[in-house]
Design a binder for this molecule. Structure first.
Ligand SMILES: [Ca+2]
Length: 375
């Protein structure tokens, strides 16, 4: 039924316009590619690692969800970083993303996101601090979602615009659904701030103040990937409910539909109208039913794997896979490869030399370096 509706909509759209069709595409039935063009070299293990961020010198900062950060060499030497704030480690909450300031060489600033404990529950918080050696100094919370409460799905992914002037991050809907459509609740939103946490005057709803002023886009469920491509387009991956994981192009001021529309259904089996029924909402470029449970989004522009230049990588938690997305064809993006990794993949990052790095979502989750297989 859904397939027939989709085909009809695709035909109708194509017939009405000569423009490239941006109808969403489903890659939920993609099968793993049995040919792995890479060698997997595990270099260290972590307790539920969540995010990888590369420093300019090739070291990594790696967060562990229970609340630690490590400075890690490419050969796997780990040094614990001090000055990490208290986190509420529970379910999907804990220490989440880490991101390096776009001006790191000059300012040594590091941004983190985490589930902050407090009165009434927890909330997503974003903080920045100066990294000196292995110490975070002068940590300051630049944003927090309020009021605190219950629920997983924090989002928490941090990125910066190509000019290095703004921080953008995802605040998930905490499994509460309708707040994603409430413009006064910082849930189910992508937030855009200046690097110091102040609100940019050119945000779409700046004049309206409060959460609206901070909001870049709305109607998200649980975004777990946010990254700019080399052309300056911002892409996002988010987890759908039962089905309907999404890869979206993020355009300021737009509404991405959750929970009013989705290409998935509710966990209890009840239907949700698909994106096609409500043209006022942005639809995904790619969706996955069954889900991959996307985690992490990293573009690839290095030369070590020349065949992947311009691709992006997504980790698959449920799919236990690494997914490659290619940005070609009339639709704008497609799943190009899926490799079975045998473990839940929590994040993916590209090193300065072009190696691809992944971490596993486990209590002894491995950090694995992927390098080209010799022919
Ligand atoms: Ca959507």
């Amino acid at each position: 039924m859904r397939k027939a509706l989709f085909a009809a909509a695709l035909f109708a759209t194509a017939a009405m316009t000569a423009m490239p069709v941006a109808a969403e595409m489903n890659f939920g039935n993609a099968r793993p590619n049995p040919v792995k063009p890479f060698v997997e070299t595990p270099v260290a293990t972590f307790n539920f690692p969540w995010a990888i961020a590369f420093l300019p010198d090739g070291h990594m900062l790696i967060t562990e969800k229970p609340g630690k950060i490590f400075l890690v060499s490419q050969t796997g030497q780990k040094q614990e970083v001090s000055g990490v704030p208290a986190v509420q480690y529970e379910g999907q909450g804990g220490l989440l993303d880490v991101a390096i300031s776009p001006h790191y060489a000059a300012d040594h600033q590091v941004y983190i996101s985490y589930s902050e404990p407090g009165e009434g529950g927890s909330s997503l918080a974003v903080a920045r601090a100066t990294l000196k050696g292995t110490a975070l100094e002068g940590l300051k919370v630049i944003w927090r979602q309020m009021p605190k409460g219950d629920g997983g799905q924090f989002g928490g992914i941090i990125t910066f615009d190509p000019a290095g002037r703004h921080i953008l991050f995802a605040s998930g809907e905490r499994m509460r659904k309708t707040p994603a459509q409430d413009p006064d609740q910082a849930l189910g939103k992508i937030i855009r701030l200046n690097l110091d946490g102040s609100v940019p005057t050119d945000n779409p709803m700046y004049a309206e103040g409060g959460v609206k002023a901070q909001t870049w886009t709305t109607g998200h469920r649980n975004p777990y990937g946010l990254a700019y491509d080399a052309k300056g387009t911002l892409w996002e991956v988010e987890m759908g409910p039962k089905g309907g994981d999404e890869l979206n192009i993020i355009t300021p001021g737009k509404n991405y539909g959750w929970p009013t529309v989705s290409n998935g259904i509710n966990y209890d089996g009840s239907p949700i109208p698909p994106h096609d029924t409500r043209p006022e909402f942005e639809k995904p470029v790619v969706y996955w039913t069954p889900v991959i449970a996307p985690a992490g989004l990293a573009f690839y522009y290095k030369s070590l794997f020349p065949q992947w230049k311009g691709s992006a990588f997504i980790g698959g938690l449920k799919a236990m896979s690494l997914v490659r997305v290619a940005f070609d064809g009339p639709n704008g993006a497609r799943e190009a490869d899926r490799w079975d990794m045998g473990h839940r993949i929590r994040d993916v990052a590209v090193g300065p030399d072009g190696a691809v790095w992944v971490i596993e979502d486990e209590d002894a989750g491995r950090l694995i370096k992927l390098t080209p297989k010799k022919k």
